[in-house]
Design a protein around this ligand. Structure first.
Ligand SMILES: [Ca+2]
Ligand SMILES: [Ca+2]
Ligand SMILES: [Ca+2]
Ligand SMILES: [Zn+2]
Length: 469
C-alpha cells in the first residue's frame, strides 16, 4: 500500500446520511471501531441497538479503597523489550490538545469507576489483561507491546505508536470505540502525533476483551490497515466483517473467529484476516486486503520477529531432553512455521498440553495449534490436529500417548488457516529415562576397588584401552 493522503473516514453509525455528508466535508479519513453502545447497520438493513456490554460497572465512586494506587504505578509491562519499535498502551491519560482536525485535549486515565486519579485493583487487572490481549495480536512481529511510556520524542514515524486508552471520546462527533488515521504510524502526518485513541467508556465500560480488540484494531489502522468488510457483488453489506460469528452481541456461541479489522468484540478469536477491504474500486468491486503483509511491510519497518525455535528436525531445541515435568513456550510467527523440540524418554505414558495463549484460564489466543510427533529418525508417530470451528472451541492439542523408550521430536505448528499464528505454551510430563541403579562400584568401599578392578578385568577384557560392551 502506498502512502495516501490522510482522509477521515467514519463508521456508519446512527444517521448514515450525516456520515456521508460529514465525509464529504472533512478531507481526512479516520477509521473508527464501532461502539458497543452505538447502533450499527446490519445486513438486513434494519437498525439494531447493541445490548449493554456484559461487564457490569460497579457504578460507585472509589476514592481511597485499600489497594488503589496512583496512576504513576501503572503496571510496567513489556512483551519484547529488545524491539526498538514500541506499541505503547497508554492507560494514564493524555493532554493532546489537537489531533487531526479535532481537539481531544484532556483524555482521562483508563477507569471503570468515577475516580480517574487512581487505579483500583480491578482496573490494574484489566490493564494487565488488555496488555496480554494486544501482546498476542502482535506476538508474530518484532514490536514491543508495552505500558512503559517511551517518551514524547519517540512518537514519530516508524518508532513508537501512542495508543491512548481512556474516556468516551466526547470530543469526537460520533459515539465510537476508537479512532485512528490509516497509515498514521508511518506517513509522517504530524497532526496525528503517532497517536490513536480507544474509548473504553464506549466499550462495555472498559471491558478488557473489547478494549483489547479495539486497541489492536486502532493500531492496525495506524499500521496501514483498512476495515475488513463484506459485500454482495459491488454492494457493501457490512463495513465491519463479523467473520464467522453469527450476530451482534455476546453469548451467541463459541468457536468463532472474526477479523480484528472487522467486528471481533464478541468472537472467540479476533485474528488478522484475508478478505475484502472497505475500499472499493470505481466499478464497485472491493479491493482485497491481506492484513499480514501490510503489517509486516517496510512501511511499518518492524517486520516479523525472528523465529524462536528451530523449524527443522536438525535444529530442534532439546528442551525436554531428560524428560520429567516439562514446560516450554514459543510463537508460531507464520502459518509455515514449525517449532521443533527433541526429548528422550525412558518410555511410558507421555502427556503434553499444547495451548494457545491464555489470560488466567481464559483463552485469548489467535493460534489454532497442531502438533506432530516423530521418532528421532523422522518417522511420524502421531498427528494432533483438531481444527477449531463453531461448536469445537479448543485451540489446543492434548498429546496422550504411550511411547517406547527412546528419542523423539515434537513439532508445534499452526493449523494453517489464515491468521492461525501466535503464542503457545507446552506443559506436561514425559517419563524420564529410568535412573540406573547405582553401580556396585559406587557402593564399594575404596578398599575394595582393587578387588573390583581385578574382577572386571577378568570378566570383561579391555580392548584397545576401552571397556568392551
Ligand atoms: Ca479508577
Ligand atoms: Ca520455528
Ligand atoms: Ca516459532
Ligand atoms: Zn476502524
Amino acid at each position: 500500500m502506498g502512502l495516501r493522503p490522510l482522509h477521515f473516514w467514519l463508521e456508519r453509525v446512527r444517521v448514515a446520511r450525516f456520515v456521508e455528508a460529514y465525509c464529504c466535508v472533512v478531507a481526512l479519513i479516520v477509521a473508527c471501531a464501532p461502539s458497543l453502545h452505538a447502533q450499527v447497520h446490519d445486513e438486513s438493513g434494519d437498525w439494531h441497538s447493541l445490548p449493554p456490554a456484559s461487564e457490569p460497572s460497579d457504578g460507585g465512586f472509589t476514592t481511597s479503597d485499600d489497594g488503589n494506587v496512583p496512576l504513576s504505578q501503572v503496571p510496567q509491562l513489556t512483551s519484547r523489550s529488545s524491539a526498538s519499535q514500541k506499541l505503547y498502551l497508554n492507560f494514564v491519560g493524555s493532554d493532546l490538545f489537537n489531533w487531526g482536525t479535532f481537539s481531544p485535549h484532556i483524555t482521562p486515565a483508563y477507569s471503570t469507576d468515577l475516580d480517574t486519579t487512581t487505579f483500583s485493583p480491578s482496573e490494574i487487572s484489566n490493564i494487565q489483561e488488555v496488555w496480554a490481549r494486544v501482546t498476542e495480536k502482535f506476538s508474530p512481529f518484532n514490536i514491543d507491546v508495552t505500558t512503559i511510556n517511551p517518551g514524547e520524542s519517540h512518537f514519530v514515524p516508524q518508532d513508537s505508536l501512542n495508543v491512548v486508552i481512556g474516556g468516551n471520546g466526547s470530543w469526537y462527533p460520533l459515539v465510537a470505540g476508537g479512532v485512528a488515521g490509516v497509515g498514521s504510524y508511518y506517513n509522517g502526518d504530524s497532526s496525528t502525533h503517532n497517536t490513536v485513541f480507544v474509548f473504553p467508556k464506549n466499550l462495555g465500560n472498559g471491558f478488557p476483551k473489547y478494549v483489547g480488540e479495539a486497541s489492536a484494531h486502532e493500531a492496525g489502522h495506524a499500521f496501514g490497515l483498512q476495515h475488513q468488510s463484506t459485500y454482495n457483488g459491488p454492494t457493501k453489506t457490512a463495513e465491519y466483517n463479523p467473520g464467522t460469528y453469527p450476530g451482534i452481541g455476546p453469548g451467541l456461541g463459541t468457536g468463532y473467529k472474526s477479523p480484528v479489522m472487522g467486528l471481533s468484540y464478541y468472537s472467540d478469536r479476533g485474528i488478522w484476516w484475508d478478505g475484502s477491504s472497505s475500499q472499493q474500486q470505481s466499478n464497485g468491486s472491493p479491493i482485497p486486503q491481506s492484513d499480514l503483509p501490510i503489517l509486516a511491510s517496510n512501511l511499518n519497518a518492524f517486520g516479523y520477529r525472528a523465529d524462536d525455535h528451530g523449524s527443522t528436525p536438525a535444529s530442534a531445541d532439546p528442551m525436554f531432553f531428560s524428560g520429567g515435568a516439562v514446560s516450554a513456550s514459543g510463537v508460531i510467527e507464520t502459518t509455515d512455521d514449525k517449532d521443533y523440540y527433541s526429548f528422550r524418554t525412558g518410555g511410558g505414558q507421555v502427556n503434553l498440553n499444547i495451548k494457545a495463549a491464555r489470560w488466567g484460564s481464559t483463552v485469548i489466543g489467535m493460534l489454532d495449534t497442531k502438533a506432530e510427533l516423530f521418532t528421532a529418525q523422522g518417522a511420524l508417530v502421531a498427528t494432533y490436529s483438531n481444527v477449531a470451528a463453531p461448536g469445537s472451541t479448543s485451540l489446543d492439542e492434548l498429546i496422550s500417548i504411550t511411547l517406547d523408550p527412546g528419542d523423539y521430536l515434537l513439532a508445534v505448528e499452526s493449523q494453517g488457516n489464515y491468521g492461525d499464528i501466535g503464542q503457545y505454551t507446552i506443559d506436561g510430563f514425559i517419563p524420564p529415562l529410568a535412573v540406573p541403579e547405582p553401580a556396585t562400584v559406587v557402593l564399594m568401599a575404596v578398599g575394595s576397588m582393587g578387588l573390583f578392578a581385578f574382577r572386571r578385568r577378568r570378566d570383561r577384557p579391555r580392548i584397545c584401552g576401552a571397556r568392551a560392551q
